[in-house]
Ligand binder design. Structure first.
Ligand code: BGC
Length: 264
């Protein structure tokens, strides 16, 4: 059977979905087994076009879909506030995205039913279902779980008894008079050439602030910095448990695919 006819279909009990993760430097896509959270295709990447305008990105999106010969619903993880498919912020992306109905634009360009959501929300959805946020029986951890991604910015995904509260944007909390992500993102560590220990002390300060505001039961830390948790997590000393994300590079793709499939 041609892959194009498999879009989000049940084939031998395997339910397939498709996710795209958009970042500042790359747009990555893969076919996902929605029952296990595993990628069942290659993870195909194309450089993010510069300037990263909506129309230029729509073209790349179509190339990613064509590469995987996908048809059917698909999800897109995007580094911004996204309300009902409409982009509402542009901290680290091209400002021309503000107010664009991404679902409408990408659906019209691709002929697929496209559902966009915030990147940290997508990463959290994947972790809560298949990663460190899932219990042994597969159910999401109860209580308040806060996913935080440390990359170019700081993204946040808030879960209450497994249910996402979307678009929390806690990377932009004001801390000591600064936008928190400008001091504690992974990019800030690189830009200022901080040691892991010095950067960890900023992250700890930031986590303590979020802890005081939300009293979560668990922090899950993801993004680029979660690939090397041994370098900095041992320096973090707060009351709330902090666990590194497990799905690393794939969480945006997997979470986006799940969100598109589960959408009402
Ligand atoms: C954006 C968020 C995004 C985060 C991580 C922040 O600058 O405002 O929407 O989730 O970066 O990419």
């Amino acid at each position: 059977m041609a892959r194009t006819s498999l879009g989000s279909a049940n084939v031998n009990d395997t339910q397939l979905g498709f996710g795209i993760d958009i970042g500042g430097s790359g747009m990555k896509a893969a076919i996902v087994d929605l029952t296990t959270g595993e990628l069942v295709s290659d993870r195909f990447r194309i450089d993010t076009p510069q300037p990263a305008t909506p129309d230029a990105m729509a073209e790349v999106l179509c190339e990613l879909i064509a590469h995987h010969e996908w048809s059917g619903p698909l999800g897109v993880a995007f580094p911004a506030v996204v309300r009902q498919g409409v982009v509402g912020s542009a901290a680290n992306i091209d400002k021309s995205w503000i107010d664009v109905d991404a679902d409408a634009l990408f659906s019209a360009a691709s002929g697929c039913d496209v559902h966009m959501l915030n990147d940290a929300d997508a990463a959290g959805i994947a972790e809560m279902q298949f990663g460190v946020g899932a219990l042994a029986d597969g159910s999401p951890r109860p209580g308040v779980v806060m996913m935080l991604t440390f990359g170019t910015g700081i993204g946040s995904g808030l879960f209450v008894d497994g249910v996402l509260v979307p678009n929390t944007e806690l990377g932009h909390l004001e801390l000591d008079g600064y936008d928190a992500e400008s001091k504690a993102s992974a990019k800030a560590r690189e830009r200022e050439e901080l040691s892991w220990k010095d950067w960890a002390s900023r992250v700890e300060h930031y986590l303590s602030h979020v802890e005081a505001l939300f009293s979560p039961d668990l922090f899950i830390v993801g993004g680029g910095a979660s690939k090397k948790p041994d370098k900095w997590l041992p320096y973090i000393d707060i009351a709330t448990p902090v666990l590194p994300a497990e799905m690393a590079n794939n969480s945006g793709i997997v979470g986006a695919a799940l969100a598109a499939h589960d959408r009402p």
